[in-house]
Design a binder for this molecule. Sequence first.
Ligand code: ASP
Length: 474
Amino acid sequence: MDRIFIGDAINKVGEVVLLKGWVHARRNLGKMVFFDLRDRTGLMQVVVPPKADEAALQAAKEIRPEFVVAVTGKVQARKPGSENDKLASGKVEVLAESLEIINSAKTPPFEIDNEERQANEELRLKYRYLDLRHERMTRNIKLRSDVIRYVMDYLTDRDFTYIQTPMLSKSTPEGARDYLVPSRVHRGKFFALPQSPQQYKQLLMVAGFERYFQIAPCFRDEDARADRSPGEFYQIDIEMSFVEQADILDLTETMFSSMVKKLFPKKRLTFEPWPRLKHADVMQQYGTDKPDLRKDKNNANELAFAWVTDFPLFTEQTKEDFFHGSGKSKWAPSHHMFTRPKEEDLPLLDSDPGKVRSYQHDLVLNGLEVGGGSLRIHNTAVQEKVWNLIGFSTEQKQQFAHLIEAFTYGVPPHGGIAPGLDRLVSILCGEKNIREVIAFPLTGDVRDPLMGAPAEVSAEQLEELGIKISDKSE
Ligand code: ASP
């Protein structure tokens, strides 16, 4: 007999089925053993009656939570009064004819079936494969997959090409600290993991793809923040050619609005269309560039999306901006250095750079920034001016020579956006902590307690790379 899922067995009253999965919870009621069987589609109550075969009775005695079992039995309606409205399968149960233990299981370090788990995060991450068995976690990860699928379908249906860009790239002073990967073949040289595919997606516009997207992993060696997972995160990375800013906003807005309606039908959009606000106005009215525009902040199902545009091109440079530029200059890009200044403000680049506004757009949801993007500079002289203003040295400019060279071969006007997948999904799933929607996140202090990463490597590996660790205590 072929194994079927619990979700399908619900509709097979009167039929004998084969189910496989994990023992979720077990109860003895007199001579009968009851347990809930769990597979990826849900829970099913299984009854092992005294008349089941000998092996089944023996197995029923032995099973404990998280044992992996196979059950053959007839699907039957539960007795009136014993139905469970909380379960999709609450009106039926399986009367076991045979029960086989496929694998036993140790007692998990925390309860899987307890919604109010008190387990601390270290333990949950160390045993993430058990933590992910929890219904809420399984649901989050599946919703994340649904969001990715929706975006993939939506954009491919609209002529976007999915293009994977390299993970092993070059360290450029782009805004954050890079993760470096030593090269064995080219001793003493390093790859950098991409902070975002920014340069590649612009190069793809030069290449003529016109509409690119990717679910892009991004790596930034920054300290963790409440709403940012340290190490790596994912962006829905989009770039388009021959577009105005409004085209990028329209596309993103219709994609996410329709996605929310399809995948999160309980959620309500506060605004349709989403408000498009100017940076100066939001700052004046709300004192923040990420205003929470929900009408009822206690309503978990309210989604207040908004756009903020017309940002100043520059902010004052701080110590954290060291990687942007010289660290000594007055200005840092408020988005990134490829963001195009507004046409009418171009003369201010020379006279009053602090007043220049840009074609940056931020996507705000319930008071959090869930994405940003811009129209890009496609004029070499303007790029040069921006670099000078952020204090780039000739060497630093030289690190982007490939992009400037590419622009000399016919660059279309282009722009894009990169909504943060993790943050967006966490808000849609009603999770405060972004790690609740990532299968294997790092801890706040940048470790993976499950794999034990980061870890030391052997002396031979270091030798091969020509690397000496000078002081481990640093
Ligand atoms: N690459 C940018 C970022 O990571 C997004 C964009 O400008 O499209 O913020």
